[in-house]
Design a protein around this ligand. Structure first.
Ligand SMILES: Cc1cc2nc3c(=O)[nH]c(=O)nc-3n(C[C@H](O)[C@H](O)[C@H](O)COP(=O)(O)O)c2cc1C
Length: 211
């Protein structure tokens, strides 16, 4: 099994050209939605949402906001990972209410933790909270890329886009969100030159330190 996972991770690559005629099944898309929701986040707060786009007209408009990277148009679906614009105390309270409902955890155990998180987040600068939320989005990106590889779905992680333009085109600000990462998903084109290229990595002997 372990070597199979490594094979799959070697199979995946940042797809530069998708086969625009192939679409992911509903079942595959549902796997990606579930994987996003199952992503571990710090304190379990999940300050994230994922926009799932399967709309060629929107995808065409997003290419111009993505340094003209055509993957955004060709891909079956485009996943946009977003962070919350704010993390008010109410948001943290909702999380603890969910813990109480789902696990029947007594309030005397939850309350001190809830209060300390509310205190700690309200003492942070807004930009530090946004940075913390963006880090959570990167965890989701890594998780999604691995799940894509296991499911033989091709993907291209992307930072090369203009978040303000995405937020405008997708109406994200009104939803209280800001785009931070993009992941077009689908199936590689037969003639994607990059699919045959060797992986360029520093190598385990260079990146691993054993003690
Ligand atoms: C956070 C992140 C952002 C990236 N942004 C882009 C991008 O905008 N466009 C692109 O073609 N590739 C992008 N890449 C792909 C990387 O260049 C690629 O993953 C890396 O060179 C390793 O190659 P491989 O993924 O094909 O193994 C990005 C990768 C990551 C992890």
């Amino acid at each position: 099994m372990a070597s199979n996972i490594i094979e799959k991770l070697n199979w995946r690559y940042a797809t530069k050209k998708f086969d625009a005629t192939r679409q992911l099944s509903e079942e595959k898309v549902q796997i990606l939605k579930d994987a996003f929701n199952l992503t571990a986040t710090s304190y379990g707060l999940q300050p994230l949402k994922m926009v799932v786009i399967q709309n060629k007209e929107l995808q065409r408009r997003l290419v111009a906001a993505s340094m003209d990277q055509e993957q955004v148009y060709q891909a079956s679906h485009v996943l946009v990972l977003c962070i919350e614009l704010e993390l008010p105390s109410q948001y943290i309270k909702q999380h603890f209410n969910r813990v109480e409902d789902l696990r029947n955890t007594p309030r005397e155990i939850l309350d001190p933790f809830e209060d300390s998180l509310i205190d700690s987040f309200s003492a942070k600068k807004e930009e530090d909270v946004s940075l913390w939320m963006a880090k959570q989005a990167y965890i989701a990106l890594g998780n999604l890329m691995t799940v894509c590889a296991l499911e033989e779905i091709d993907s291209c992680p992307m930072e090369g886009f203009v978040p303000d333009q995405y937020d405008d085109i997708l109406g994200l600000t009104e939803k209280g969100l800001r785009s931070v990462l993009v992941l077009p998903v689908g199936y590689r084109a037969d003639d994607d030159f990059f699919s045959e290229l060797k992986k360029v990595r520093r190598g385990t002997s260079e990146v691993i330190i054993e003690m």
